[in-house]
Design a protein around this ligand. Sequence first.
Ligand code: HEM
Length: 402
Amino acid sequence: VTAADAILRPGPTLLGQWSMDRALAVLPFVFFLLRKHQPVLKLGNTYLVTRHDDVRTVFAEDASFGVPYREKLDIILGGEPFILGMPDGDEYRAALASMRSVVRRADLPMLAAEVSARAEAIVASAPGRVDLVDLVRTIAFDFVAQYLGVASPSGAELYRWGTRLFEYQFVGSDAPLKAEVAEIAPLMRSQIRQEIDRCRAAPAGRDDVISRCIAAQAAGQPGFSDAQITAIIAGILIGGPPQPPMVVPQAMEQLLRRPAALAAAQAAARSDDDAALAAHLLEAMRFDPLAPWMPRVALAARTIAGCDIPAGAKVLASIASAMRDERRVPEPKRFDAGRSPDQYLHFGHGVHQCFGLQINLATLHLMVKPLLKRRNLRRAPGRAGRLQKQRAFASTLFVEFD
Ligand code: HEM
């Protein structure tokens, strides 16, 4: 049993997975044609937006293009609101401010050091061979859980819970997945409640997100009832750690396909040029980003690129297409680690831009830095050495080193 088998749902048949992977592989060409000839594609009541500026407009206009996440979030969080599901407004701003008061910029150096230490320990104890998905998943879940102050469940069970709830929230809603969510979601909430009680009973010596929430509650600050704290912690666990084990191995697969870019990333790692290393990772992510698009629902009729989108329509803002749009991304097929940040949309844009943005920029590259420093980093032989996916999730990518 591989780590992936314990955590991810079994994939479709080999043929099913192959077709999915093929469909994703031709998307860049489809997007190219659409950007040129049909920048907003209407498919029934769904509108796919493909040009960079239009994608930004969709994200920026929260009052016209709202997030469609609330319904599923209600099932996961038992009806307690969380920023991801809220329209912009006073309630959203207050909830965001509460979260920012306990997830602080000043923590970034500590989090970076924590991620570096975890990554180095795993690589140092690996016998010249590592599964990048397993490596990144372990680091991402463990450092976020520790930062939040969530001790249990730990290990594979936490990874499975987070990944399954993420899958339900953002990827699918088939019956077996719904059944698992119906079991996991209340368990996760009650586990977090227990952590809150434990922390309240013995707060001494703790400085994690839960302990800060409880201090805020004791000080009478609004936004920190037990139910609200539970939603903050669960929301971050579901929205955060499942993503690095998708995008970082996908980015490494792209680097492994480009020896010059890989060598430059290795040089940056060896010379401790973290800014250059991070730039290489973000650029590699552009060739296989988190998802082709982010969903929105049209709350009012709007015209985008000459296309009338009626109220009630489903809108797909394609970040993958936007990051290849030659109108804003010069020579999009070229690997260029010197691009300006405004060419990227990895973390969304506007009101719902990733809450973990600064944490990601401070840590993602450090998850693979120790590996990039090792000599003779190479793909493992055979299929193991190529990125494998189970449905939307990266499942394995083994590399070897001396
Ligand atoms: C590779 C890592 C990550 C990627 C690519 C990523 C990407 C994104 C994107 C694209 C969105 C916007 C979704 C939309 O507009 O529909 C988002 C939102 C969000 N992300 Fe991340 N994320 C990552 C990691 C994290 C981490 C580590 C955390 C928490 C520590 C986090 C917490 C959130 C939250 C709470 C939101 C909702 C923000 C809001 O609605 O205002 N993410 N993320």
